[in-house]
Design a protein. Structure first.
Ligand SMILES: Nc1ncnc2c1ncn2[C@@H]1O[C@H](COP(=O)(O)OP(=O)(O)O)[C@@H](O)[C@H]1O
Ligand SMILES: [Mg+2]
Length: 443
């Protein structure tokens, strides 16, 4: 079966431009267990060789479904309404909402019949205030107004997206492939017999964007974000914690589509030797049965959790259907630090001598939160200067020089603990990604 696909791929390369062969390859691709391999084959073909737009767009559609948005753009060239719809979908997968809105608007302007349900839903979200299910009028201009950074009112769909998270390109790609796509297209994943259920556990050093990524994942799925902070759920009265927890799950189910986010899950999922008493065991079983219920039946609720101490998590939580997918959120590398700096410096008055590249180079080991703190400290200095001189004194390189001397990277301690776990207690490869990260960044 997979041999057939290899042969078809070879044939498609040899008979470049043959639509019959391309069609056969795509048909086989729909049945294969390894769509990633097909994405690879397709990227070796030349879109321009195929005369029929229909054939090209079919490839684009396939590529978008499997997250290869950049490749899909090559196959969806041209300005016909159908091509524009596919480009809108591809740019959306890529995280560029504004461009996606532009393409979609252009497509609808020339042919209103090319409406795409997913894009309608996506852009309806931009004005879902007040619960109106009206489809957004794409002739309006509100689509492109910047998203407010403020936390949306409960009931609103999440607006923070991956565009608000600096760097972490690998993590974003993983989340797109493993979470956003299955979430957006349950039927497709069912056809490939690929499970979308179960939760995703993010781990990594504090301050590196787990909470931010969880929120942005909800935004990418155009879902509501329901965070649960376990320490706040814990209550000294018997049965109260369970009630609160069950209520949170109930709220998540009622407001589907929802990303339910459990922060500091170690407070709940601690291994026996870490937890104080058995007192929490009914809470744990309440949690696990809610979780099992969700992965068994409730499409449209995605459970994400985060922890800084993955080694304290009871392995029972990682059984299939529970948190069977684990994502490492590493400290930002240099490129990511540049991106984070840019995000945090946007809209702030700044002099030409502030050198983002140089600051990024000097902040190895800093978490995203450290960088946010660094910018905050520099901003305080600039405000002091402004008050003293009664002007707007912009942020300068000098402000950053003096704040940088006072700051220490906060992720190193975590990384050295993680190094030990990767070496001596690598539970079924749980820390492989950590080990790879440490190898890459070993000094
Ligand atoms: N990749 C990032 N891009 C932009 N800001 C970041 C990033 N990582 C961290 N931050 C900043 O640090 C703060 C804390 O991050 P958070 O997501 O709460 O970290 P964690 O949950 O991993 O402890 C965020 O609110 C944000 O201001
Ligand atoms: Mg957090």
């Amino acid at each position: 079966m997979d041999n057939d696909i290899g042969e078809l791929a070879q044939a498609a390369r040899d008979a470049s431009g043959s639509e019959a062969v391309l069609k056969a390859l795509l048909r086989a691709a729909r049945e294969t267990a390894d769509p990633a391999q097909i994405v690879g084959f397709l990227s070796e073909l030349a879109p321009a060789a195929y005369k029929s737009e229909d054939a090209r767009l079919r490839v684009a559609d396939f590529l978008i479904e499997f997250g290869a948005a950049a490749d899909a753009l090559d196959w969806a060239a041209g300005d016909t309404p159908k091509a524009l719809v596919l480009r809108a979908r591809a740019t959306l997968v890529d995280g560029d909402r504004a461009a996606a809105a532009r393409h979609y608007r252009a497509a609808l302007a020339s042919d209103a019949s090319v409406r795409d349900a997913a894009l309608d839903a996506e852009f309806a979200v931009a004005q879902a205030h007040g619960g109106g299910a009206e489809i957004f009028d794409l002739g309006g201009r509100r689509i492109e107004t910047p998203r407010p950074a403020a936390t949306p009112a409960p009931g609103d769909r999440e607006r923070v997206t991956f565009a608000d998270v600096g760097g972490h390109e690998d993590v974003k790609a993983q989340i797109r492939r493993r979470i956003v796509h299955p979430f957006a297209r349950p039927a497709l994943f069912q056809r490939f017999r690929k499970k979308a259920g179960g939760g995703v556990l993010m781990f990594g050093p504090p301050g590196c964007g787990k909470t931010l990524l969880a929120r942005a994942t909800a935004g990418e799925c155009a879902a509501r974000f329901v965070p649960i902070h376990i320490p706040e759920i814990l209550d000294m009265y018997i049965g109260q914690s369970e009630k609160r927890l069950a209520a949170a799950f109930e709220q998540a189910r009622r407001s589907r589509p929802t990303v339910l986010f459990i922060d500091e899950i170690e407070a709940l999922a601690a291994r026996r030797k870490y937890s104080s008493e058995n007192a929490q065991s009914t809470l744990v079983s309440t949690f696990l049965s809610e979780m099992d219920g969700i992965s068994a039946s409730n499409e449209g609720v995605l459970v994400l959790a985060a922890t800084n101490v993955p080694w304290a998590i009871d392995p029972a939580f990682r059984r299939p259907g529970r948190f069977d997918r684990v994502v490492f959120v590493p400290p930002p590398d240099e490129a990511a630090r540049r991106a984070i700096l840019r995000l945090h410096l946007a809209d702030r008055p700044r002099a030409g001598d502030v050198d983002i590249e140089a600051i990024a180079a000097r902040t190895s080991g800093f978490s995203g939160a450290d960088i946010a703190g660094l910018v905050d400290a520099a901003v305080e200095l600039a405000i002091e200067d402004s008050m003293r001189d009664d002007t707007i004194a912009p942020l300068t390189a000098a402000h950053f020089r003096s704040t940088l001397t006072a700051m220490r990277p906060s992720t190193l301690e975590w990384l050295s603990s993680a190094r030990n776990y990767a070496k001596y207690a690598n539970q079924g490869g749980l820390y492989d990604e950590v080990a790879a990260f440490l190898d890459k960044h070993a000094r």
